[in-house]
Structure formats: structure tokens, C-alpha cells
Design a protein around this ligand. Structure first.
Ligand code: AKB
Length: 311
């Protein structure tokens, strides 16, 4: 049986993951936690506890109270926000992760935490970025993500904790807006297209980044966590992606549904520099081969669904 503790449950991934996990494993078996409490389905539809992930003692108490056998640690500061307060980002992203890993070790639970395309840097091959390659990121978020991948591998090898992870690309969703990421424009563009038929992108035309629709991201997490451990050659963390796109490709697709839509540019040098340091397109072959990763949505089907849900 699965009894899952989710940190960062009110964030972009968390809010949808909790709903999906509750459908899959039963509402009372998914314990949502976050540093804040708001009126939301996540808080109403099953157990919810306030938790600051830098408080390892409280995390352990909550995990014990609900006798969890899985921890999904999502609480983290995203790339752009981390650049504006790197010291705080280090403490939250690494402090929270090591606390969650310690609880996992103590209670012998399965463990998931997402890494990111941000774990790559300017010296990484930009196209068809391999699973195993150079990782010398130049952002605090990237430093946290590489350290996190290594730490999760360490807990697996040293303590036998069943750690698993993916390197998420930009995730696009109509449910919860992301906050503080470099790929956020790819979500905002849909909201603004519906609201005012126009969007001003802070990312320059021609800047390719990997993206994925949220339903595929949620399926990927569940599939990886249920995968046969004997088939996993890698663990932390698998490249996953559904599309490699630049702002003008979103424009083109949106115009098929909203012909009046216009895209303009006002580039933010900080987020552009982060995007420029990331790959154009990563290679997800290892995820496909080792646990059957297979995203359902491409840019065309995702755009159709996003716009119909937001309209
Ligand atoms: C961000 O832009 O920081 C995130 C990510 C790709 O990890 N969406």
C-alpha cells in the first residue's frame, strides 16, 4: 500500500500531483504539506499539515504520525527566484532536501524529488543533451539541482534509500501558475492569449527550451515510482521532455485558435541569461528505455487543450 507525504503541495506541480495521487491511492493516503495554508482542493480533499521543510524534526513527526512509506519532496525555490536570493535558495533547496532524505532513511520510505533542465550549464551539449554528460550549471538553482541529484544517489548507494527523480523541463498547466521560474512565460502566454489576445515575452525569439504538459509530468512521476527497480540503471535523475520550443512556436500554435493573438518581446536579461545557459533539447532515451516514459501531448495537442480549459 502507498501512503505518501508530499512537500510543497500547494505549488505548481504539487497541487495537481496531490489530486492525482489521491485519485490513484485514496484521499486519506496522500498527506499534503506546505509552508502556507490557503483555500484549495489540496487542503480540503484529504490530510493537510503545515510544514516548513527546513524543520526536519516536524517533518519526521508528520511522517511518523501518518506512517508514510513514500516521500515526494517538491518544495523548492525555482531558477529566477533563486538568483535573486541565492543564499536563501541554498538553505531552502538543500536544507529541505537533506531533511526529507533523512526522514526517508529513518523510516525506510521510497523517495522522489524533481531535478530540472537547470542542472545543465553552458558547457553541456545543447542539442540532444545526453542523460550522462557535463553538468556545470552557472545558476544557484542549477548548483542545487546537481547537488541534489548527487545527494539522492548517495542516499541510495550509502543507505539503500529507494531514491528516484526526473529532470523536468518547463511544465505547462492551466490549474496552478508557476512562480519564479525561467520557463514561466510558456504558461503565462496561454493565460494572456485568452485574457487579452496579446503577450509580451521576457524570453527572446529563437530561444529553445524543453517543455512538457502537466498531465504527462504527473504520469511520469507515478510511472517512475512504480517502475521495476531492477530495470533502473539510472535513478537521479532521468531526462524527460515532450517538446523543444521557442516563443514564436507558441505564437504560431495559439494563432491557429486565436487569430488576433500578437506576441511582442521585452527581454529580461536575467532570465534570458539563465535560458541561454540551458539546453535547447534534451534526450529522454534513458527514461523511455528504463521505465517506459512516453508523453502524450505535443505542442499542437497541448495548445488545443490549454486554450479550451482556460476559455
Ligand atoms: C524553472 O524555470 O526554473 C523551472 C525549471 C525548468 O526547473 N520551470
Amino acid at each position: 500500500m502507498k501512503r505518501i507525504l508530499v512537500t510543497g503541495a500547494l505549488g505548481q506541480i504539487g497541487s495537481e500531483l496531490v489530486t492525482k495521487l489521491r485519485e490513484e491511492y485514496g484521499a486519506s493516503n496522500v498527506i499534503a504539506t506546505d509552508i502556507r495554508k490557503i483555500d484549495s482542493e489540496v487542503v480540503e480533499s484529504g490530510p493537510f499539515e503545515l510544514l516548513d521543510v527546513t524543520d526536519g524534526k516536524l517533518m519526521s513527526e508528520i511522517a511518523k504520525k501518518y506512517e508514510v512509506d513514500t516521500i515526494m519532496h517538491l518544495a523548492a525555490l525555482l531558477s529566477a527566484k533563486a538568483e535573486s536570493n541565492p543564499f536563501f535558495a541554498w538553505n531552502l533547496n538543500m536544507g529541505g532536501l537533506v531533511n526529507a532524505l533523512e526522514v526517508s532513511r529513518e523510516l525506510n520510505t521510497q523517495f522522489f524529488t524533481p531535478s530540472s533542465i537547470g542542472a545543465f550549464g553552458p558547457s553541456t551539449p545543447k542539442d540532444q543533451t545526453p542523460q550522462d554528460t557535463i553538468q556545470r550549471p552557472t545558476t544557484m538553482y542549477g548548483v542545487n539541482k546537481v547537488s541534489g541529484e548527487l545527494l539522492c544517489d548517495y542516499y541510495y548507494h550509502k543507505f539503500g534509500v529507494d531514491t528516484r527523480g526526473v529532470r523536468f523541463p518547463g511544465l505547462i498547466s492551466y490549474v496552478t501558475l508557476p512562480g519564479g521560474g525561467t520557463t514561466d512565460y510558456a504558461v503565462e502566454i496561454y493565460y494572456e492569449a485568452v485574457k487579452r489576445q496579446a503577450y509580451t515575452s521576457y524570453i527572446q525569439e529563437g530561444t529553445y527550451m524543453d517543455m512538457m504538459y502537466m498531465p504527462d509530468a504527473l504520469d511520469a512521476i507515478i510511472q517512475l515510482m512504480e517502475a521495476d527497480p531492477n530495470k533502473l540503471k539510472h535513478r537521479n535523475a532521468f531526462n524527460v521532455t515532450a517538446m523543444s520550443v521557442a516563443p514564436e512556436h507558441f505564437e504560431e500554435e495559439i494563432k491557429k485558435h486565436i487569430p488576433a493573438f500578437t506576441l511582442s518581446y521585452n527581454v529580461d536579461p536575467i532570465r534570458q541569461a539563465i535560458a541561454d545557459s540551458w539546453p535547447n533539447a534534451i534526450d529522454a532515451t534513458a527514461a523511455k528505455e528504463e521505465w517506459g516514459f512516453k508523453p502524450k501531448y505535443d505542442l499542437c495537442s497541448m495548445t488545443k487543450d490549454m486554450l479550451s480549459k482556460l476559455s
